[in-house]
Design a protein. Structure first.
Length: 159
């Protein structure tokens, strides 16, 4: 394996002295989180995807939920203090976050948007999030993720 390329997320975690493990795998195109978890034999309950939504106010919000779950947009809007939120269109992900689809992570976006992590992460020793590019994963403690992003836990999935 060649020299590891640090993403913005990794640099921020390093700067904040947050312990994480990096896992890389071959991936050239977008693959959904469930397929990645299946391919790597990872538990859906600790594998999280990062979704970005825009509120009616124009503010962006970041929602981190288990890969097999669906974001409850009504609850997400309420948590964000918005009338409603809509998921970002794929073509806008890079412009808003600085990351590509499938490589989007709540750490180190172009701006620090409000972050909401699904409460199922609470109490886990480690969860898996994107590493900031295709083929990279970060394993870290969810409380550290909350700390570095200024996020909060919330029950934001469809039940």
């Amino acid at each position: 394996m060649g020299k590891e390329i640090k993403t913005n997320a990794m640099r921020i975690l390093d700067k904040n002295r947050i312990k994480y493990e990096l896992n890389t795998y071959n991936c050239d195109n977008f693959v959904d989180g469930k397929s990645i978890a299946d391919m790597l034999g990872q538990d859906y309950n600790i594998s999280f995807k990062t979704l970005v939504a825009a509120g009616k106010s124009g503010q962006y919000y970041v929602f981190v939920i288990p890969v097999a779950e669906e974001l409850d947009l009504k609850v997400a809007a309420k948590e964000a203090g918005e009338k409603n939120v809509a998921l970002l269109h794929v073509k806008d992900i890079n412009k808003v976050t600085g990351y590509v689809r499938g490589g989007c992570t709540p750490v180190g976006m172009k701006k620090q948007y409000p972050v909401f992590v699904h409460e199922s992460a609470k109490g886990s020793e480690s969860i898996i999030i994107s590493g900031g590019r295709l083929g990279a994963q970060i394993f870290l403690n969810p409380d550290d993720l909350i700390k570095v992003t200024g996020g909060k836990y919330a029950d934001i999935i469809v039940h």
